[in-house]
Design a protein around this ligand. Structure first.
Ligand code: MCA
Ligand code: AMP
Length: 505
């Protein structure tokens, strides 16, 4: 039966002996193995009661087997829910409770800690998978046939569920269809000219759109090869560069590469494409990289809810400080945030997007979904920008209260809610401040209750038990009160000005 996304990613008749993922120490995965072993995993999922539309959640380290799990979900008709490995047990409990998966796969080292959350959410099977690709998932799969008749799935069926943080503090599960993912992968593969000759350095995590759907799906479509690194390590990336053709990364990858003495024209001579996204790439970083390597970084812009929206051109000028043009089939417009009225070129407003890439709603949140779409189907991104005279989109800020740290989104409200629960805290304001490595550093400004002796280190330790490490403030600043406007609203702009140079010292 036809399975919309899988049939495009892994069409029949592929050269089975070609290597798709190189992960070191005999852990390469060929296209043949991809087909056979994802079939075994799909059987295991079906045997565990996974039917069309069932959710399979995974909080696992990066490995080729984690990619097999994503493919097995597609094949069995399931909805794949990848979860950031930094999430704590309380965070996991929320996601499982909201998504109600049939199967949850986690790292064996965290099984005891996370099992109560899974049981509480009514998860039928809790399996394991470690960084080496071992665990009960692999054991279950090994018992099954390497041939699997894919469950039929059409373009509008759900393929994945990805949580994005919410401005109100509650994360929202963005529901992505087969067509959303297939159309975006095809557009990017063409636009960025990926072919069988490409070797992509893959140093991103695989639980977000960037590392999962942009990097892996584009490489699959092109039948290119991935060099899998467990995480970004500047020395390892430089060591792989002479044998590679492309890199996808967040701006922090590029600032760290620029700061390394090993980055030069010689090491990057065989590379044809450096792509950046997930957070703003400073024009200065673009220019410095170009000066050291001769390569113009190609910046693109996207969101979990939409996949990629715009990209600088492959040929043509890759203009620093801009995110380029809409992808084929995607349309964007700039509107007045409050009214939705269309703005003229050059005017700053909120970016809206429509196209086959745009998700179909937030799980269990029909009202939130309704609020974020215009009546004519445009999705309101919450990013502020303008379109210049040559049609390049510039993102100049965010209408939403959001901090992007090293490419990870942090919603201040979520962090403030946890800080406010700590003993002795009266109130808090969380802001993002310019950070030389992470782009923005999460910073908490905290007011104590009268007489309370707050200790930032102890506060941080308590926060780390509740919040993923990347969401925890890099600095906590204690103050007597927060600046407020006449309406009583905390003036975060003033706080951002006051502490602007905090991380540059
Ligand atoms: C790690 N830490 C961080 C971050 N990463 N803190 C703040 N922000 C971060 N991004 C914490 C660690 O837990 C650790 O805390 C401490 O900082 C030191 O970590 P370090 O060794 O410097 O971190 P790293 O392992 O080198 O990671 C930095 C990184 C990584 C390479 C920038 O965060 C990364 O790979 N980011 C990519 C994110 C990404 O894929 N975003 C795409 C999503 P402690 O010492 O307390 O334990 S957005 C998306 O998909 C949209 C659609 C799009 O447009 O792409
Ligand atoms: P996420 O919710 O993780 O999907 O993050 C999406 C957000 O990342 C967007 O709404 C933007 O604010 C930001 N983003 C992604 N790419 C870029 C970029 N190239 N420049 C500026 N912001 C970006």
């Amino acid at each position: 039966m036809s399975n919309h996304l899988f049939d495009q990613l892994l069409p029949q008749g592929l050269d089975e002996s070609r290597v798709f993922i190189t992960a070191g120490q005999g852990r390469d995965l060929t296209f043949g193995a991809l087909e056979a072993r994802s079939a075994q995993m799909a059987h295991a999922l079906v045997a565990a009661g996974v039917g069309p539309g069932a959710v399979v959640a995974a909080q696992v380290e990066k490995s080729p087997q984690a990619v097999l799990l994503m493919l097995a979900c597609l094949r069995s008709g399931a909805v794949f829910l990848p979860l950031n490995t930094a999430y704590t047990a309380p965070e996991i409990a929320y996601f499982l409770g909201d998504a109600r998966p049939q199967v949850f796969v986690c790292d064996p080292a965290r099984l005891d800690e996370l099992k109560p959350a899974a049981t509480g959410a009514g998860v039928a099977h809790c399996w394991t998978l470690d960084a080496a690709g071992e665990g009960s998932l692999t054991q279950h799969a090994a018992r099954h046939s390497p041939v699997f008749a894919n469950v039929g799935r059409g373009p509008d069926d759900l393929a994945a569920l990805l949580y994005t943080s919410g401005t109100t503090g509650r994360s929202k599960g963005a529901m992505l269809t087969h067509a959303n993912l297939a159309s975006n992968a095809a557009a990017l593969c063409g636009l960025w000219r990926f072919t069988r000759d490409d070797v992509l350095i893959h140093a991103l995590p695989i639980y977000h759109t960037h590392g999962l759907f942009v990097a892996i799906n584009v490489a699959l479509l092109a039948q290119a090869r991935l060099l899998f690194l467990p995480r970004f390590d500047v020395n390892e990336v430089l060591a792989l560069m002479p044998g590679a053709t492309s890199l996808m990364g967040v701006p922090t990858f590029y600032t760290r590469l620029i700061a390394h003495p090993g980055l030069d024209r010689a090491v990057s001579a065989r590379m044809r494409l450096f792509i950046s996204g997930s957070a703003p790439l400073l024009a200065e970083t673009h220019r410095e990289f170009s000066a050291k390597t001769g390569h113009a970084i190609l910046e693109r812009y996207g969101m979990t809810e939409t996949g990629m929206i715009t990209s600088n051109p492959y040929d043509g000028e890759r203009r620093p400080g801009t995110v380029g043009f809409p992808l084929p089939d995607v349309t964007i417009r700039i509107t007045e945030p409050a009214t939705g009225a269309l703005l003229a070129p050059g005017e700053i407003g909120v970016v809206e997007v429509r196209g086959p890439n745009v998700f179909c709603g937030y799980l269990n949140m029909p009202e939130k979904t309704h609020e974020e779409f215009r009546a004519d189907g445009y999705f309101i991104t919450g990013d502020l920008g303008f379109i210049d005279a040559q049609d390049y989109l510039h993102i100049i800020g965010r209408g939403k209260d959001l901090v992007i740290s090293g490419g990870f989104n942090v919603y201040p409200k979520e962090v403030e809610s946890e800080i406010d629960l700590l003993d002795g805290v009266l109130e808090s304001a969380v802001i993002g401040l310019a950070h030389p490595d992470l782009g923005e550093g999460v910073t908490a400004i905290v007011v104590g209750k009268p007489g309370a002796a707050l200790k930032p280190e102890a506060m941080l330790a308590a926060l780390k038990a509740r919040l993923a490490a990347y969401k925890c403030p890099k600095r906590i600043i204690l103050v007597d009160d927060l600046p407020r406007n006449s309406m009583g609203k905390v003036q975060k702009n003033l706080l951002r000005q006051t502490y602007a140079g905090l991380y540059s010292a």
